[in-house]
Design a protein around this ligand. Structure first.
Ligand code: ASP
Length: 318
C-alpha cells in the first residue's frame, strides 16, 4: 500500500493486518528504550495546516519510535502566511526528499491532491470534513483490545456527524469489521441521505441508546460551521449529551478528542472507567507506527544498505 487516504483503501484483512502490527509495536512502547530500527534512514514529514494535539504528537512519536527522521511543518509561522500555496509548499518541502508526508488540512480531498505533486507516500491525517482514516483505525484497534471483536457490535455515533471526518471514516471502518452502526443527532447535523451512501442507520433522538454496546460521541465542529445548527449548546446538551442518566452500566464510551466537557459528554462520563478516551490516545501511537510501516516498509521492504565501515582517519587530522 503506497498511500493511506481513506478507509475505502482498506478491506477488513488490511485493517486486521494493521491492528496486528500495531499490537506488536505496543510492546516497544513499554520498553525502557522505545525504539526499533524499522524505518532507519527514512524521512517522515508532518505537514499540518490545522490545529492538532493528539494526531500530530502521535505521528511524530510513531515515526521516531521507528527510527525515522522527522520534519514537522506547521502552516502557522511558515511561508503559508506569506501566501505560499499548498502545491508550492509541497514542492518546496519535497526538496528534503521525504519518504512519507503526513497531511492535515481543512480542505476535503487535499491529501489525494498531494499525491500528484510528490513521489512520497501520503498519509491523510484529516482532510476537512472528508476523512480521518488513522483515527478510525486506532478506534478499531481500541475496541479489539477492549472487547475482542467488532462482529455484531452495536455502535452509536452521536453528535455533529455533518461536519465530522471521524464519523465518515469510522462508519466505514466499523462496518467493515462487522459492527452495526447507528448515527444519531439533530436532523440539521446529520447529512441528508447518509444511510444510502454509508453503511449506517439514522436516528434523531437518544431513545434506544441503551441498545448500544459502544457510544461514540462527537464534538460540535464549530470551526466548520457557517450557520447555527442548534438553538444553543445548552439545548443540544439537554437532548444529546451522554451522561449518568442515559448511560448503561456496560456501555463503552469513546470520543476522538478534544472533548467539550458538559456538552457532548458530562464530566462524570469522561472520567468514568467506561470511557476509553485515554486508551484511544495510547492506541494512536502504535496504530500510526503500523500505518507508517505499512506505507514505507510493508510491501516494499527497503534494500538493506551495507553497514558503513569505520572511516579511516589520518593520524593527527581533526
Ligand atoms: N480530532 C478529531 C479531528 O481532527 C475530532 C475533532 O476535532 O473533533 O477530526
Amino acid at each position: 500500500m503506497k498511500h493511506l487516504l481513506s478507509i475505502h483503501d482498506l478491506d477488513r484483512e488490511a485493517i486486521e493486518r494493521i491492528c496486528d502490527r500495531a499490537a506488536s509495536f505496543a510492546e516497544v512502547s513499554d520498553r525502557e528504550i522505545k525504539k526499533v530500527p524499522a524505518l532507519r534512514g527514512r524521512t517522515v514529514l508532518n505537514l499540518f495546516y490545522e490545529a492538532s494535539t493528539r494526531t500530530r504528537s502521535s505521528f511524530e512519536l510513531a515515526a521516531k519510535r521507528l527510527s525515522a527522521d522527522v520534519v514537522n511543518f506547521a502552516a502557522s509561522g511558515s511561508s503559508v502566511e506569506k501566501g505560499e500555496s499548498l502545491k508550492d509548499t509541497v514542492l518546496t518541502l519535497s526538496a528534503h526528499k521525504p519518504d512519507a508526508i503526513v497531511v492535515r488540512t481543512p480542505w476535503a480531498g487535499a491529501a489525494e491532491l498531494v499525491t500528484h505533486w510528490t513521489s512520497a507516500s501520503i498519509v491523510n491525517a484529516g482532510d476537512g470534513k472528508h476523512e480521518h482514516p488513522t483515527q478510525a483505525l486506532l478506534d478499531v484497534y481500541t475496541l479489539l483490545r477492549r472487547v475482542g471483536s467488532l462482529d455484531g457490535l452495536d455502535i452509536w455515533i452521536v453528535g455533529d456527524v455533518l461536519h465530522s471526518r471521524v464519523a465518515r471514516s469510522n462508519i466505514l471502518a466499523f462496518a467493515k469489521m462487522g459492527a452495526r452502526v447507528t448515527v444519531c443527532g439533530p436532523p440539521t447535523l446529520i447529512p441528508h441521505g447518509i444511510e444510502e451512501s454509508l453503511p449506517c442507520r439514522v436516528t434523531y433522538t437518544l431513545d434506544g441508546i441503551r441498545e448500544a454496546d459502544v457510544i461514540y460521541a462527537l464534538r460540535m465542529q464549530n470551526e466548520r460551521m457557517h450557520d447555527s445548527y442548534v438553538p444553543s449548546l445548552r439545548e443540544y446538551a439537554a437532548r444529546y449529551q451522554i451522561n449518568g442518566r442515559n448511560l448503561g452500566p456496560r456501555q463503552i464510551v469513546m470520543h476522538p478528542g478534544p472533548v467539550n466537557r458538559g456538552v457532548e459528554l458530562s464530566g462524570e462520563v469522561v472520567d468514568s472507567p467506561q470511557a476509553v478516551i485515554t486508551m484511544q490516545v495510547e492506541a494512536g501511537v502504535v496504530v500510526r507506527m503500523a500505518v507508517l510501516y505499512e506505507v514505507l516498509a510493508g510491501s516494499r521492504a527497503p534494500e538493506v544498505a551495507p553497514v558503513p565501515t569505520a572511516p579511516t582517519t589520518t593520524p593527527g587530522a581533526a
